[in-house]
Write a protein that binds this ligand. Structure first.
Ligand code: ARG
Length: 458
C-alpha cells in the first residue's frame, strides 16, 4: 500500500495536500453497490466477448462478491490513500485475487465508471422521490376527503379573499406533488442511457458490447457519444432542479402549517410527537419539523446552484471538478427524503380546528365578490358597477362594525335599489363555496370529483 495505481509513471508519492484535496472516498463510498453492479456487468461482457478469459473473469466476479460481503458486514477497509470508491474496490480486489484483478479495468476508465455509478444512484433517487411524493399525495388525499366540505378562508396577499374548503386547499398540494413526481419521472427517462464503454473519453479499441452492458444495468441503451457520456452531469442537475421545485412546494405548505399553528390563527394543531417545547417557556409548542422542511429548501436549492456552477465552463471531456458532483446531490436528496417523510407525517397527523376555520371563513367580508356577482345576475349591473356598489357596502359594514350578511337591507338598498332580501342567501361562506361549481372550483362536489380522479391514478 502507499503505491498509487498509476505508479508506473511516478517516482514520488502524492503530497499530503494532494491526497487531502483529492480524496473522495468519504463521500463516494455511498456508490459501492452501484460500483459493484457496474463492474459485474462490465466483467460479464468482457468474458462474453472473449476479452477476458473465463477463469480470470470468474475470479473477478468471486472477488467482487467477497467485497460486497465485506462491505455489508462492515469489515471492508475503506482507505483514503485509494482516493475513491473505484480505486478502493480495485485495490481490495487485487489483495483478494491477485493479478487477475488487473483485467477488470480493460476497456474501462474511471471516467465512464463513475458516470455509470452515479447515474445508477441518481436513477434510484428519482424513483424514491416519486414513491415518496405518491405517499404524500395519498396522505393529502385522505385528509382532503375528510375535509372536502369544511370551510376556511381563502387568501390572496395573505388577506382574506374568498371562502374555500380545507379539502380544496389540500388538493392544491396534491396537484403540485403530482407535477413534482412527473418531473422526477421525466428526468429518469432522459437519464436512462448508459455511459459505460465510453472509457476515458474516446471509446475503446476492444470489441466491447455497450448494448449488452446497458441492458444488464437496466438502461434503455448506450449513450451515443463517448465524450458526452463521460463529461455531462445534466442528469444530476435535472434531478436537483426537480428536487428544488419540490422543496419549494414543500416549503409553502410548511409555511402554512407554521402560520396556521400560531394562536392568532389557531387553525391547526400538531400532536406532541411532531412538535417540540421550549426550554424556558412552558406554554410553548413549536412546529420545528415544519420549520425545518421550510429550511431544507435552502440546502436543496443551494445544491442546484453548487453543481451548475461546478459544471459551467468545463471543457470537454472529464475534469476533476466533476468529482464535486456528489456532495450536493447526496446532500439535496437526503434533505428531500427527510422533508418528504416529515411532511407526510404532518399531513397525516395535523388536527384542524374546523369550527375556528369556518368562523374565520366569514371574516374580512369574504363574500363581497358574491354580493357583486349577485348584483350582476339579479340587478343586471355591469360587473365594474357592481364592484363599486359592493365596495361601498363593505365600507358601510365596516363603519357599523358588522359583516356583510348583517348589513340591514335598507342600507344595501340605499346603495342600490335593486337589492332584495334574497341577496342574503349568497352572503354566507357555505353558499359562496357551494356556488363555485366551475371545473376545478372549491365547491365540495368539485373537490370530491378531483379526489376520486386522483385516487384512481394513485
Ligand atoms: N473520483 C472521481 C470522480 O468522482 C472518479 C473519476 C476519476 N477520473 C479521473 N480521470 N481522475 O469524479
Amino acid at each position: 500500500s502507499g503505491q498509487t495505481l498509476w505508479g508506473g509513471r511516478f517516482s514520488a508519492k502524492p503530497a499530503d495536500i494532494m491526497q487531502a484535496i483529492n480524496v473522495s472516498i468519504g463521500v463516494d463510498k455511498r456508490l459501492w453497490a452501484q460500483d459493484l453492479r457496474g463492474s459485474r456487468a462490465h466483467c460479464r461482457m468482457l468474458i462474453d466477448k472473449g476479452i477476458v478469459r473465463p477463469d480470470d473473469g470468474a475470479a473477478i466476479l468471486g472477488g467482487l462478491d467477497t467485497i460486497q460481503a465485506e462491505i455489508e458486514a462492515g469489515t471492508f477497509p475503506f482507505r483514503d490513500e485509494y482516493e475513491d470508491i473505484h480505486l478502493n474496490v480495485e485495490a481490495r480486489l487485487s489483495e483478494l485475487i491477485g493479478e487477475a484483478s488487473g483485467r477488470l479495468h480493460t476497456a474501462r476508465s474511471r471516467n465512464d465508471q463513475v458516470a455509470v455509478d452515479f447515474r445508477l444512484w441518481v436513477r434510484d433517487a428519482c424513483d424514491r422521490s416519486v414513491e415518496q411524493l405518491k405517499a404524500l399525495q395519498r396522505a393529502l388525499l385522505e385528509r382532503a376527503e375528510q375535509h372536502a366540505g369544511d370551510l376556511m378562508p381563502g387568501f390572496t396577499h395573505l388577506q382574506t379573499a374568498q371562502p374555500v374548503t380545507l379539502g380544496h386547499h389540500l388538493m392544491a398540494y396534491v396537484e403540485m406533488a403530482g407535477r413534482d413526481a412527473g418531473r422526477f419521472a421525466d428526468a429518469r427517462a432522459r437519464m436512462n442511457e448508459s455511459p459505460l464503454g465510453a472509457a476515458a473519453l474516446a471509446g475503446s479499441p476492444f470489441p466491447i458490447d455497450r448494448h449488452a452492458t446497458a441492458a444488464a444495468l437496466g438502461f434503455d441503451g448506450p449513450m451515443r457519444n463517448s465524450l458526452d457520456a463521460v463529461s455531462d452531469r445534466d442528469f444530476a442537475l435535472e434531478t436537483l432542479a426537480a428536487a428544488s421545485i419540490t422543496a419549494g412546494h414543500l416549503s409553502r405548505l410548511a409555511e402554512e402549517i407554521v402560520v396556521w399553528m400560531t394562536p392568532m390563527f389557531g387553525f391547526v394543531t400538531l400532536p406532541d410527537d411532531l412538535t417540540t417545547g421550549s426550554s424556558i417557556m412552558p406554554q410553548k409548542r413549536n412546529p420545528d419539523a415544519a420549520e425545518l422542511v421550510r429550511a431544507k429548501t435552502g440546502r436543496i436549492m443551494g445544491s442546484f446552484v453548487a453543481l451548475s456552477t461546478v459544471m459551467k465552463g468545463l471543457p470537454l471531456a472529464y475534469s476533476k471538478d466533476m468529482q464535486e458532483d456528489k456532495p450536493p446531490v447526496f446532500e439535496a436528496m437526503d434533505a428531500l427524503d427527510l422533508a418528504l417523510t416529515a411532511m407526510t407525517a404532518m399531513v397525516s397527523a395535523f388536527r384542524p380546528n374546523t369550527e375556528r376555520m369556518a368562523e374565520a371563513a366569514s371574516w374580512g367580508f369574504s363574500t363581497a365578490t358574491d354580493l357583486a356577482d349577485w348584483l350582476v345576475r339579479e340587478a343586471d349591473l355591469p360587473f365594474r358597477q357592481a364592484h363599486h356598489v359592493t365596495g361601498a357596502a363593505v365600507k358601510r359594514a365596516e363603519q357599523l362594525g358588522v359583516g356583510l350578511a348583517q348589513l340591514p337591507l335598507a342600507e344595501l338598498q340605499s346603495l342600490h335599489p335593486g337589492v332584495t332580501e334574497a341577496v342574503y342567501k349568497v352572503l354566507t361562506p357555505e353558499a359562496s363555496c357551494a356556488s363555485r361549481q366551475s371545473f376545478g372550483g372549491t365547491a365540495p362536489e368539485q373537490v370530491r370529483a378531483r379526489i376520486a380522479e386522483w385516487k384512481d391514478r394513485l
